[in-house]
Ligand binder design. Sequence first.
Ligand code: BEZ
Ligand code: FE
Length: 292
Amino acid sequence: MDGRQQQPQPGEGPSAQRAIASDFADRLNRVAPSRLGDAVGQLVAALHDIAAKIALTPEEMRAVVAFLTEAGHHADSRRQEWVLLADALGLSSLVEDMATPRPEGATPNTVAGPFYRADAPDLPAGANLSRDGRGVPLAVRGRVLGLNGAPVGGALVEVWQANGEGRYENQEPDRQPEHNLRGRLRSDAQGRFNFRSVMPKGYALPSDGPVGRLIARLGLCLERPAHIHFRVSAEGHERLTTHIFDRADPAIGRDAIFGVKPELLADFRPAEGAADGRLLDLKLVLCPLRQG
Ligand code: BEZ
Ligand code: FE
């Protein structure tokens, strides 16, 4: 020993070494146990672990607080930056997957996303969802089946999608007719439903807020590959909320919200006899209602 005191390095000081997280856990252990307490305890442990591992500096901590503050300023009845954050971090898809496990053979569930409307119009079989006639024509022929392969008749099939420019009607009420590219159909006794529409285009999550800027700064992708949303409700079956994705979309491997699953990929094939039309055939397989 040469008697010289070693200076603590940033992140190694005695106060940083105090196990505040376990102190926090001890305090929680002394109060009535609850799920909230368990969740907050785990969150605190994970946050402290990360802060220690990366030796989080006060300046970085201020940047985190500024980010959270800005996200709060972008959260109101029209825009929800917190939901966007959960979407972009893959948390929304994880929570949805955990809440809606599906057996093999059933169509997987996904998040509904922010553009669903429960008040879409009821449409007859074969109706055209396009109210402005803009875009590449698409014919969709679907079947609703049970897990045993039997047709599910009388199912309510709700459909909504972006237009050929990657925009939903409720994003641009001044440019698209009300309820453009959305509607509610019923499957027939053979489980069949069909409608006409236009090819959807992929779109990007908003880049003008703190979440978009964070994802872009990380060099990650905000794109969502082209898709059509479906929600199918039928007696005796779990409700299915899902997307069907265009397998050919260049962004198919990098969906910004981690919603793509192999079973949800489909071919939007050129339609015979139509110069630029497309055809989509799909099956939506429901699973029986879980007991209890
Ligand atoms: C959507 O597919 O409409 C969507 C889902 C999550 C976030 C943004 C959009
Ligand atoms: Fe969408």
